[in-house]
Design a protein around this ligand. Structure first.
Ligand code: SF4
Length: 307
């Protein structure tokens, strides 16, 4: 079992292999395995895994095992794998009820979810799940640009992304969206920034979290790069793209750069801290012009990080 900060493992406890950095201290609970979509061209996370829903009784057994070990110490829970909302609302409600009755000090339960799944789910179901205690959804937006969404096979249109975001917020969830800087490569950075800002402006999520695209072996975008069909964005381009994204944003979100792949540590509340973040980008862009080794250092980072 891996219980985040408790760092324990037990052979017969099944835990999600991926979780957001903000869930590092959480109890990890797996209700599905893999990704029901599994087609995004940049993603290699679950490529070798066949998607399946776990048996409900097995999940409840995991909760009861965790309760015996850690009951008083669990304050946050992350539910995996990539899209727990594929479960029926009643099933999720049973799991959430078991969590809350097992751990008296829970403050937050979160999960990954796909935008299209949220868009398709009846609002009453979303409300039921929220009211049972799933507080926050982590959703991969990646980009808001229509052409790029198609190219990366995200399986969602800008309209679906917007509908999902609005609906999730309406149901009560805290909404956390992930943007993949550099996913348009050297060629399409500007449309990526503008399209993404446009979708984000219409959703106004609670959190905007940026990650920088690092080509992953075992993904089709990596193959495209190897074959010269995709040119990864340079550090300058990624910074220009981030600058444009920030400039175009008209939201009240928390902007977070909480991932090692990112070139600049940008954190701030929008709109209040927009100017400060843009200024920091400008300083780094200037540094890149003056100092060649800084660029090399940023390029090298690509080889050290993972999605
Ligand atoms: S990015 Fe998310 S939705 Fe796309 S294949 Fe990977 S896990 Fe599935």
């Amino acid at each position: 079992m891996t219980l985040g900060r408790f760092g324990l493992r037990k052979r017969d406890y099944d835990f999600p292999p991926f979780r957001p950095p903000s869930e590092a201290n959480s109890l990890l609970l797996r209700v599905t395995r893999g990704c029901p979509w599994n087609r995004c061209t940049f993603c290699s996370m679950y490529k070798t895994m066949k998607f399946e829903r776990r048996d409900l009784e097995e999940v409840l057994e995991d909760i009861s095992m965790a309760r015996e070990l850690y009951s008083d110490r669990v304050q946050t829970v992350f539910i995996g794998d990539s899209n727990s909302l594929v479960l029926k609302a009643d099933e999720l409600v049973r799991i959430l009820n078991a969590l809350y009755s097992s751990f008296p000090h829970i403050e937050r339960v979160t999960s990954y979810a796909r935008a299209r799944t949220i868009a398709k789910k009846p609002i009453e179901d979303l409300r039921k799940i929220y009211e049972a205690g799933l507080n926050r959804l982590h959703v991969g937006l990646e980009t808001g640009d229509r052409e790029l969404l198609k190219e990366i096979d995200k399986g969602a249109t800008p309209e679906e992304l917007i509908e999902a975001g609005k609906k999730a917020k309406q149901a009560g969830f805290e909404y956390s969206l992930y943007v993949l800087l550099g996913i348009g490569g050297e060629e399409k950075w500007e449309q990526h920034a503008r399209g993404t800002a446009d979708v984000l402006n219409q959703i106004d999520p609670h959190f905007i979290r940026v990650r920088t695209f690092v080509p992953q072996p075992n993904s089709s975008l990596y193959d495209a790069m190897e074959e010269g069909r995709f040119q990864p964005a340079s550090p300058e381009t990624i910074l220009k793209e981030t600058r444009l994204l920030l400039k175009e944003l008209e939201v009240t979100s928390q902007f977070m750069s909480d991932h090692i792949s990112n070139l600049v540590p940008l954190h701030g509340k929008l709109p209040e801290e927009k100017g400060k973040m843009i200024q920091l980008i400008d300083e780094v862009l200037k540094g890149l012009q003056d100092d060649v080794s800084l660029k090399e250092e940023m390029e090298a980072r690509r080889h050290l990080t993972n999605l």
